[in-house]
Each structure stands twice: as C-alpha cells, then as structure tokens.
Ligand binder design. Structure first.
Ligand SMILES: [Zn+2]
Length: 175
C-alpha cells in the first residue's frame, strides 16, 4: 500500500455517507445514457438540485475511476486544494493529474455526446453557465500545464468502455 491510500480511504468513506442520501441519483444502477432523457422532464428546481450534486465532488463517475486506478496499483491524492482546479486525482511524484468530468456540467465538446446536450427549457440560464464552466476548466488546465503538470480529462460518457479506459490510464500514467 502506498502512503496515500489512507487518505483515499477517508475520502471514500465520506463519499459513501453522502451518496446514501442521494439514492435517486444512482447512476451505477442505470445506464448513463438514460439521464439526459429524464432531465428534460425535470422541473427547474429539481434540475438545479441535481446539477449541484453532479457538480460536487465524489460523483459516481469519479468514484468509478478512483476504484479502477486504485485497483491497477496506482496511488494518488484527491482534490489537492493547492493546485489549479483541485484535480480529482493527483499523482504528485509523476506530476500528473486526472479530472473526471460530467459531460453535462462541464460541457463535453463532442457532438456525439448525448449527455452534454443542452436542456430545451431555460437555455438562456444554462448555456452561459455551462459555457462558463467549460472556460474555467480550460483555464485551470492551462495553468497546470504551465506549472509542469500533465493533465488527463476523462469524460463521463467514456467510462463505459472499461478495457479502453484501463489502457488509456496506463499509457497516461506510465508514459
Ligand atoms: Zn460525453
């Protein structure tokens, strides 16, 4: 076990407590692609609440990556506050970071991504908000690269291809 595993366990424990209160949003038990179809029928209040959860740390996609990376034998720290953008996973000695981004909230720039589609209602509210998130992400990533970090961004919709994911992680972390 690496020296960072204790910290990882503490964070994981906190996330479990948090998630148990959020039974409605259990995306590990449903296909990810079902979420945007349902969100269009949400009231704006329900949507805001859901988005604030997705925006928070310890999301299901992030937990999935943590488990995978940990199982592959790599050790990391979580959300280092001293780094731009508080990267989700930080591999300090390798000087590498990974962000796990929800496609909707972080505006996945891929036309094929169904999760990133904008809602039909209140577009005037969502579009600038989400574009702003995207711009902020890019700015933080730029700062990290300028400070000598290498950055990998994994998108929520990419996580279903487990073997491809493992390969990408390995080549990023070992390179
Ligand atoms: Zn996506």
């Amino acid at each position: 076990m690496g020296k960072d595993s204790g910290e990882c366990e503490v964070e994981t424990g906190a996330a479990v407590v948090k998630e148990s209160a959020l039974a409605e949003y259990r995306i590990d038990s449903a296909p990810l692609v079902d979420i945007p179809r349902r969100t269009d029928t949400l009231t704006s209040a329900a949507r805001s609440e859901r988005m604030s959860r997705i925006h928070g740390k310890d999301t299901q996609p992030e937990m999935k990556i943590r488990r995978l990376v940990h199982g592959m034998g790599y050790r990391y720290r979580l959300h280092r506050r001293d780094l731009p953008g508080k990267p989700d996973l930080v591999f300090s000695s390798r000087r590498k970071v990974i962000f796990v981004h929800g496609c909707f909230w972080h505006r996945h720039p891929d036309a094929r991504c169904k999760l990133a589609r904008l809602p039909k209602s209140r577009l005037d509210f969502w579009q600038p908000k989400l574009e702003n998130n995207r711009a902020r992400d890019l700015e933080k990533q730029k700062q990290l690269v300028e400070d000598g970090w290498r950055v990998l961004v994994l998108w929520e919709c990419e996580l279903r291809d487990a073997s491809g994911l493992e390969q990408r992680l390995r080549s990023f972390l070992d390179d």
